[in-house]
Design a protein. Structure first.
Length: 315
């Protein structure tokens, strides 16, 4: 699920695109911001669909083996247990899953080799052999082999990762969120009654998070010149052209949070943007941003512009 750090990264990406664009229509970029969040959920549904396709391919493989010119006894009696996997069966019957497959027009028919390649790797694994020979068919045991397919095959096979990267430009960044959603799905599916199982949500409180990202995006743009002045005053000894645009955007976002988001503690804001800088900017950006923001924060406090709602939110 998307947490606030992931959401901040989404806003950062939208702000970067906005500043790089000649056409600066805020509503269009806000729409794109929301679409980038929705794409994470779409990615999640595509992954679930791929897992069901791998389950289906068991029957295709069994049929091909049985129709060999000289099939062996094992070819004629292929174990198709995975095709009836309880987790997959419950997923197929889940109304939300069915609705989202239609919404996003999900179909791996454009590249049927993906499911085939996954199964070909799976069928040589000792874990799959153990699954086939395990008489237990309870839901917990059935989920374990599906987890294995994702963690040990899909997640680590470059050619399969490449398919997702080509379809979803933000796959490398959003994969972590999608994995958390998949884990939540395994946790949620506890009942053999399809209607009792829930898909993962995009965030724990999407209505609040939606408002947050749109507000953060809008205020960072609305007060761009003012925030730039704060930054310029504290970087007079720096060559402006050498300051990474990502660093500037992160600092402007942080200032917007410090001033306009009374429920977010100062320490949280400072720490979050420093951590994002470690991942998305230059090697020393986190130290640079930390130093500049500390100075700006001191000025904002002195001017009485930091007004946090609740005890302990400033320090």
């Amino acid at each position: 699920m998307l947490n606030r750090r992931h959401l901040r990264v989404k806003v950062l990406q939208a702000l970067y695109a906005y500043h790089q664009s000649e056409e600066k229509t805020i509503k269009e970029f806000q729409k794109g911001l929301l679409e980038s969040v929705d794409e994470v959920y779409e990615m999640y549904i595509w992954l679930l669909a791929l897992l069901t396709d791998v389950s289906d391919y068991v029957l295709t493989d069994a049929d091909e083996r049985a129709n060999k010119y000289l099939p062996s006894e094992s070819d004629l009696n292929a174990n198709t247990k995975l095709a009836g996997n309880k987790f997959i069966a419950l997923l197929r019957e889940n109304a939300d899953y069915q609705g989202n497959v239609k919404k996003y027009k999900v179909s791996w028919s454009f590249d049927p080799e993906v499911a085939k390649n996954i199964f070909n790797i799976l069928k040589t694994a000792p874990e799959y052999e153990a699954y086939l020979n395990n008489p237990e068919t309870d839901l917990r045991a059935e989920k374990e082999i599906i987890k294995y397919i994702y963690k040990k095959i899909i997640r680590v096979t470059p050619s399969i990762e490449q398919v997702f990267e080509e379809k979803f430009i933000n796959w490398p960044v959003d994969k972590e969120v999608m994995e958390a959603m998949l884990a939540k799905t395994f946790s949620n599916f506890q009942s053999e009654n399809p209607s009792a199982n829930k898909l993962a949500q995009i965030s724990p409180a999407w209505s609040e998070d939606r408002e947050y990202i749109l507000d953060l995006f809008g205020r960072t743009i609305a007060f761009d010149e003012e925030y730039q002045q704060y930054i310029s005053e504290k970087t007079q000894n720096w060559d402006a052209e050498r300051i990474a645009i990502i660093d500037v955007l992160l600092m402007k976002m942080a200032i917007a949070e410090l001033v306009h988001f009374p429920s977010i503690p100062v320490k949280v804001t400072m720490n979050e943007y420093i951590e994002i800088a470690k991942e998305f900017s230059t090697p020393k950006s986190n130290f640079f941003i930390n130093g500049i923001l500390d100075k700006i924060l001191a000025d904002l406090k002195a001017a009485g512009k930091i007004r946090k709602a609740g005890r302990g939110l400033i320090e």
